[in-house]
Design a protein around this ligand. Structure first.
Ligand code: 9MR
Length: 685
């Protein structure tokens, strides 16, 4: 977003008038933005299709926004062959036994976190996240629990176990297997008998998930099971019905784990269909305990490909590192031999994670973005809501995530008096217009110039981040996105404006800060309304501190062709990043141009980047319910996940944007911006 006034400090600077601006835009011919040498030196890559091959499982999986994990035994961490492989190859760890009930609460009320802590404590520094396994399971359950006979006692024991364990690991565990293996084998499709089922009935799973959500609202909550990979199996269908019912009734479930302990033939032919069908319910899916008797290259490739071809399959975990680490003695089911050498299956997995393997019949390659776009826009969804102390002219610059069954929208509110931030949440777009507006100047974020928010969840820290402009690039954090009062006071990313920006900004404004991370680094993008897109870098481990190496990531001699409101996303299911930058067209209207790259550091190749072939412009948007805007301006894509990697699907894109009455004019800050939603109409997948 640009500003007509600088609220951060002293002088009031006037912006070009709308007319002057239009004239200037028409006078300068549109040129293609080019990457500067500075932008291309760091990680020069060729076209997105040929992204640099990574040399480890974790790095290769990260190129498509996924993790690659392993089960870890605390007792083996002292074995240097083991820990070297662990830290080199894997970006997610699951304690193999250390978080199970018989270890963690061997006797009632007495908790032993020591073995699991050995695993969780070392993970963050090694760029690894943790899957918590498992809170409620009929097996490895101490006899003091399995011998309970009173339902009320068991209920409180269950709740206490979940709450105490999740509390201890708050912010340290990315996802929990809340309930493990609750369904029976065979043809019944029903729950298996267990002390939980026998005393509490079918409702124990729902109770466990509700208790878990309350204990750590930021953790992903998974149901995990084996032999649910074949779509037509009664057990698969039973779990599917449960998840569908949970989603329909708002029972908090975020993910389903498919253990994937396969025989020598590997996954059933329908595995990808199963993953896709569960994902379509609105949950992430993950392969959580992969091992395959004799580890054939084909069986492993087929397993990995099934995940790669499903956008919401967010990661794969193998159940151990070397064959000697496996619970399947003598079956050699893993990716490393007893000495820690890579087996042929390792290469096959690495290749398939890169998406280069030829798909077998019946499976589909991960889709890349098309090179032209068409959209349909709904009507005005969200309008400003003034209250006793806020008189608002426009609502702008939305940032949106979907979490716990709700959309959470942050936006700028503008008026002749300046800029502030607002938050609203709703479960359905049809309710967006009636949602309550919470003005964040009433929180620790405080009053004064705050604008252009971007929200995401930092999985390493277990915190939501809100990034925004204040004259500097600033941020606040909050453990609970649903609590508008939970935001911390603003802090700045930079001590002051980086030199390269000061040298290039001319009479522009420093605006629209945007953070995105890969598995190693975080990047901060910003614009100057003067034809430059800047990029700084820090490590994921250091974030939010240490932003440095600011370079010009993209520039254009026509400042209006590369104006502001940049977005960078990871496209799921491939090796593509998408960059959007807002431009002002020759008609004076706002629109978006797009580029792709194989890494966040570029270089950026034009995708749909011209006025004639724009990413999103009034000319490639239809308005079935009335053409209420000619500007397609500052907004955000609906993401496929909320974490710092900013994943988006590769098809059926949706973009929340700001538009306004085409006839409105006058003071820029008083323009009547409203929010609307674009849905891609020309998806090929
Ligand atoms: O790998 C685990 C092994 O060391 C334990 O002895 C066993 C006890 O039941 O559990 C193994 O892990 C299981 C996981 O927790 C749940 N799914 C099946 C796994 C293999 O049995």
């Amino acid at each position: 977003m640009n500003l007509s006034k600088e609220y951060a400090a002293g002088p009031i600077r006037r912006r070009l008038s709308a007319l002057g601006l239009l004239a200037a835009a028409v006078m300068v011919t549109t040129s293609t933005a080019t990457a500067t040498p500075a932008a291309t030196t760091a990680t020069a890559t060729s076209a997105p299709e040929a992204a640099v091959r990574a040399s480890t499982l974790g790095a290769q999986a990260a190129q498509s926004g996924r993790y690659f994990g392993t089960a870890v035994a605390a007792g083996k961490l002292g074995d240097s062959t083991y820990s070297t492989l662990l830290d080199r190859e894997f970006t997610m760890v699951t304690p193999e036994n250390e978080m199970k009930w018989d270890t963690i609460e061997r006797s009632r009320g007495s908790f032993n976190f020591v073995p699991a802590d050995q695993i969780t404590a070392r993970a963050p520094a090694r760029g690894q996240r943790v899957r918590g396994h498992t809170l409620v399971w009929h097996s490895q359950l101490p006899s003091w629990v399995s011998s309970l006979t009173d339902a009320n006692t068991l209920r409180s024991v269950l709740n206490n176990h979940i709450s105490t364990v999740m509390n201890h690991y708050k912010g340290k565990v990315y996802a929990w297997d809340v309930v493990n293996e609750a369904f029976a084998d065979g043809g019944s499709g029903a729950h298996r008998p267990s002390v939980f089922q026998n005393l509490l009935g079918d409702g124990f799973i729902e109770q466990a998930f509700r208790t878990a959500r309350a204990a750590d609202p930021a953790a992903k909550l998974c149901y995990n099971d084996y032999s649910i990979e074949n779509w037509s199996d009664a057990k698969t269908q039973g779990v599917y019905r449960m998840v569908r019912d949970f989603k329909a009734r708002g029972v908090p479930v975020d993910c389903v784990g498919f253990q994937a302990h396969f025989g020598a033939g590997g996954p059933p032919a329908s595995f990808q269909t199963t993953l896709a069908n569960f994902a379509a319910l609105g949950v992430d899916v993950q392969i959580t305990e992969l091992d395959i008797a004799q580890a054939s290259t084909t069986a492993y490739a087929n397993s990995v490909r099934a995940c790669m071809n499903v956008a919401r399959c967010t990661g794969i975990t193998v159940w151990g590192i070397r064959d000697i680490d496996s619970w399947r003695t003598g079956q050699n089911p893993l990716l490393f031999d007893n000495s820690g050498n890579k087996k042929p299956a390792y290469q096959s997995v690495l290749t398939t994670l890169g998406g280069t393997a030829v798909a077998s019949s019946g499976t589909k390659r991960a889709a890349a973005l098309p090179s032209s776009f068409g959209w349909s826009s709904g009507g005005q969804l969200i309008a400003p809501k003034s209250d006793a102390t806020h008189t608002i002219a426009g609502i702008k610059d939305p940032s949106v995530v979907h979490h716990n069954g709700k959309y959470h929208v942050f936006a700028s509110v503008a008026s002749s008096a300046g800029y502030g931030l607002v938050y609203l949440s709703f479960s359905d777009w049809s309710q967006a217009g009636s949602a309550t507006h919470h003005y964040l100047d009433r929180t620790a974020i405080g009053a004064g110039y705050r604008a252009a928010p971007q929200v995401f969840y930092n999985t390493r820290q277990g915190l939501w981040y809100l990034v925004y402009q204040t004259g500097n690039a600033s941020f606040s954090t909050n453990p609970d996105i649903g609590n508008p009062d939970g935001w911390s006071a603003p802090r700045n990313f930079y001590a002051s404006m980086p030199d390269i920006i000061r040298q290039n900004i001319g009479n522009g404004y420093w605006v629209d800060m945007w953070v995105i991370c890969d598995s190693v680094d975080c990047y901060l993008f910003s614009s100057d309304d003067n034809g430059h897109l800047y990029r700084s870098r820090t490590t994921l481990a250091q974030f939010p501190n240490g932003f440095t190496d600011t370079v010009i990531a993209l520039q254009d001699s026509n400042r209006y062709a590369l104006f502001e409101a940049s977005n960078v996303y990871k496209v799921q299911g491939g090796n593509q990043y998408l960059l959007l930058v807002e431009a002002i067209g020759s008609d004076g209207r706002r629109y978006f141009r797009s580029w792709t790259a194989g890494s966040i550091a570029g270089s950026w190749t034009p995708l749909a980047a011209t006025e004639a072939n724009p990413f999103a412009r009034a000319t490639n948007v239809t308005f079935p319910s009335g053409s209420w805007t000619r500007d397609i301006s500052h907004g955000e894509m609906l993401r496929a996940g909320n974490d710092q990697t900013l994943p988006i699907p590769s098809c059926r894109l949706q973009y929340l944007y700001q538009g306004k009455d085409p006839n409105a004019g006058g003071d820029y800050n008083s323009l009547p911006w409203r929010l609307g939603l674009l849905t891609q109409t020309d998806s090929t997948c």
